[in-house]
Design a protein around this ligand. Sequence first.
Ligand SMILES: NC(=O)c1ccc[n+]([C@@H]2O[C@H](COP(=O)([O-])OP(=O)(O)OC[C@H]3O[C@@H](n4cnc5c(N)ncnc54)[C@H](O)[C@@H]3O)[C@@H](O)[C@H]2O)c1
Length: 250
Amino acid sequence: MPDKRNVVITGSAGGIGAACAADFARNGDHVFLLDLPGESFAAACAETAKLGKTTPIATDVGDRASVEAAFAQIAKAGGADVLVTTAAITKPAAILDFDPEDWDAILRVNLTGSFHCAQLAGRQMVAKGKGRIITLSSINGQVANTGRGAYSCTKGGVDMLTRLLAAELGDKGVTANAVAPAPVNTPMILKVHGPKDRAVWENQIPARRYADPDEVSSAVRFLASDEAAYINGHILNLDGGFMASGILLR
Ligand SMILES: NC(=O)c1ccc[n+]([C@@H]2O[C@H](COP(=O)([O-])OP(=O)(O)OC[C@H]3O[C@@H](n4cnc5c(N)ncnc54)[C@H](O)[C@@H]3O)[C@@H](O)[C@H]2O)c1
């Protein structure tokens, strides 16, 4: 893996995406920032640009033509060496009340968007004979926490997409792994967890706290490194011990 890699980050204006973008930019990599156009994207791009070489590309990951245009631009810069897919949306509701339109919208971004990006990045990586794909999954992809609906289902799908990529690209120099966090302190979690939810979660996490975005980007950085060359198809739970534990009597 060269020192200066082309690193593509989707959802780069979000809490975890911005932390990953900052990490790779500080490392000297050329970071391609992909997110929906708008003020928060422009502001996040301006912040990351202070840290290193960046190219913002306004992209809707759920739209094939938009993703194709982004990767055509990345190809002109030498193609993707690392892809980190963080773009996602959520809307909590009980499954019997889940709005079918919300279901379609969440699948479109979280699962189909990850597929579009991984396929187009994967083709560029295979042509180069090397690459790293890191998907942002969630512990919600493995256990059914109430009210997560379509979001959980997309994360289960992202886990399987990651394994498929690992199985099919593993002999072509490309690895694919997922990072699956428990709650992380980002805008997404602030929208869906009120103080009551937070208290319930913190009681059930052995570490008794949410993760910080920097703790997620550290794991992503490791999976993108040469040291992680033999780790392929792994779902790395980053959860303060949540998935290892049962009932916690405090
Ligand atoms: N925050 C958590 O507690 C938590 C826990 C587990 C997993 N995750 C996962 O980590 C990832 C990042 O989460 P976050 O908390 O940083 O979320 P966030 O809401 O802060 O950021 C998500 C980003 O994705 C972008 N996005 C949404 N739709 C898009 C589209 N169609 N095209 C391009 N970009 C789009 C948003 O504009 C936003 O900048 C997600 O995949 C999420 O599921 C988060």
